[in-house]
Design a protein. Sequence first.
Length: 133
Amino acid sequence: MAEGFLKELLKDKKVSIRSAGTAGISGLKASEEARRAVKADGIDISAHRSVPITGDIIDSSDIILVMEYMHQESILHMSPGSGGKIHLITEYSIDDEDKGMEIPDPIGKPLEVYERVYDMIKRSLDGFATEFF
């Protein structure tokens, strides 16, 4: 959901955006709930496939946004020198109540949970885009 929203938000900018997971399985489709949550904004993530994060992805990234602190820890374990480029996504939220909060993984939850998570993602990425672009 985050990748799809950020790509739409920055579609007129020359920036590379990609999603990678710290514990996921490669090649999985976005869930039906995730597809439905972003579809309300006219975003189609049906072509998305999961990709595990690698050292090459970490090294080639300027900024890495994570949803949870454990994601940051996993990336730091893989690439100890990458700490300066890893940020909790909610650091940038336009809603002060979100700042510093983790965004929970909604996998297996009902659509309403995906929609709440997506709203947090949007508030965070709106702030991120404002700060950097």
